[in-house]
Design a protein around this ligand. Structure first.
Ligand code: NDP
Length: 448
């Protein structure tokens, strides 16, 4: 066994021993370590500095009680988290997730991934993530507001525009960011840069809402072009019907593809005429309804219960945009049998290790989440820049910068893969490019 492999295995054993019950976190670390051997073979100084054991331990984990009152006057309690994972290259940056499944393992996996994603954007932002096991589904606007106010009452003690800047994620969109920001402002005074994804009238950036979905489409377009093809005439399967999915559907159509599916946690629709993103937007963003409603409104669409990744329908490209581990080995086999030649991830860690192995074995182009969905956080960082400068850029200017950032991410991933002898492996390339920048910053800063 090489010194590098030995080091990777011994650090993983320590992490597994420390947190044996954190399945999602262990999965994210394991996937990452699997691509790191060439880096540690080339850079024994990283082993000397025990960089990985330091990097996998969050700088700070904050867990807190979130008491709130429902509309019937009941006192409810949820659990809040903020994991400030790594600040080597800039303030912690990463979203807040509100979903009943949220626990420390999920927040740590997301925070860990965020370190490398943020590094890949080329912007000066560190990695963090947070959230709560609060379920926003079925809650009134007033309940959402009271929850957000209580959550921020505690979180406000730990964040700041130069230290930690949260944004949205699953269950946190413009409405929630508004309530969170309003409470922060009452407690600590106006400080526009403290959250991103804000409304346009109070410091938000044009194109932030669209950024993750648009960025995913730009990244995928780069990946296709590097392989002598593009979106023109391609059939595309999308999962999810939230922020990422909606704007991926819009941009893929603009780039010449036809999106034939989208979904929520109950089921999916197939629309052979191409999914109309405006209808999805109306249902999910305005009415806060279910994707089933789409089939009631659009004659060419059919609704089916279950996972879209079990559907047997032909497509060329798959864009999972819902949640972690939505495609396992069996579903990946279906995706491949359906004809997919490329998979790019809008959601964080939507493919299990078995699914990734299946793509690689079948020669399917694979764009990993930390590269393909980095557009959201990139535009969040641009929102921070605009707030600091007290300027607002036009939609076109932000969108152009987003496109350039996604092109750079793809190019840097390709370059790193070539440099470390794993050409064509965009997963390894993204991990290596994201990691080396953070590792070098940590080395330069001494024992941090
Ligand atoms: P939203 O809350 O806007 O939408 C999430 C969508 O995924 C909904 O359609 C939801 O359906 C579905 N979904 C959520 N959980 C599950 C589940 N367990 N099983 C099946 N479907 C599920 O979230 P976003 O669009 O913002 O986020 C989607 C993914 O993209 C997440 O992995 C997130 O971490 C990632 N991401 C988001 C970014 C952003 O800027 N928003 C940036 C980078 C990554 P339902 O309504 O039924 O729950």
């Amino acid at each position: 066994m090489s010194k590098a492999t030995d080091y990777l295995q011994s650090v993983y054993a320590v992490i597994e021993h420390r947190d044996p019950n954190q399945a999602e976190f262990l999965e994210a670390v394991h996937d990452f370590f699997q691509t790191m051997t060439p880096v540690f073979e080339k850079h024994p100084e990283y082993i000397e500095a025990n960089i990985l054991e330091r990097l996998t331990e969050p700088e700070r984990v904050i867990q807190f009680r979130v008491p709130w009152l429902d509309d019937a006057g009941h006192m409810c309690v949820n659990r809040g988290f903020r994991v400030q994972f790594n600040s080597a290259i800039g303030p912690y940056k990463g979203g807040l997730r509100l979903h009943p499944s949220v626990n420390l393992s999920i927040v740590k996996f997301l925070g860990f991934e965020q370190i490398f994603k943020n590094s890949l954007t080329g912007l000066p932002i560190g990695g963090g993530k947070g959230g709560s096991d609060f379920d926003p589904k079925g809650k009134s606007d007033n309940e959402i507001m009271r929850f957000c106010q209580s959550f921020m009452t505690e979180l406000s003690k730990y964040i700041g525009l130069d230290t930690d800047v949260p944004a949205g994620d699953i269950g946190v969109g413009g409405r929630e960011i508004g309530f969170l920001y309003g409470q922060y402002k009452r407690l600590r005074g106006a400080d526009r840069g403290v959250l991103t994804g804000k409304g346009l009238s109070y410091g938000g950036s044009l194109a932030r809402t669209e950024a993750t979905g648009f960025g995913l489409a730009y990244y995928t377009d780069e990946m296709l072009k590097a392989n002598q093809t593009d979106f023109t005439g391609k059939r595309v399967a999308v999962s999810g019907a939230g922020n990422v999915a909606i704007y991926a559907i819009q941009k893929v159509a603009e780039l010449g593809g036809k999106v034939i599916t989208c979904s929520d946690s109950n089921g999916y629709v197939i629309d052979e005429n191409g999914v109309d993103f405006e209808v999805v937007k109306q249902i999910k963003e305005v009415e806060r309804g279910r994707i089933k409603d789409y089939a009631d409104r659009v004659a060419s669409a059919t609704y089916h219960e279950g996972s879209v990744w079990d559907a047997q329908v032909a497509y060329d490209i798959a864009l999972p945009c819902a949640t972690q581990n939505e495609i396992d080995g069996a579903k990946a086999a279906t995706v491949i049998a359906n004809g997919a030649k490329a998979v790019a991830e809008g959601a964080n860690m939507p493919s299990t290790p078995e699914a990734i192995a299946a793509y690689q074995q079948a020669g399917v182009l694979y764009g990993p989440a930390k590269a393909a969905n980095a557009g959201g956080v990139a535009v969040s960082a641009l929102e921070m820049s605009q707030n600091s400068m007290r300027l607002s850029w036009t939609f076109e200017e932000v969108d152009n910068r987003l496109k350039a950032i996604m092109q750079n991410i793809f190019a840097n991933s390709v370059k790193a893969a070539n440099e470390y002898g794993v050409s064509g492996d965009y997963l390894s390339g993204a991990n290596i490019a994201g990691f080396t920048k953070v590792a070098d910053a940590m080395m330069a800063q001494g024992l941090v």
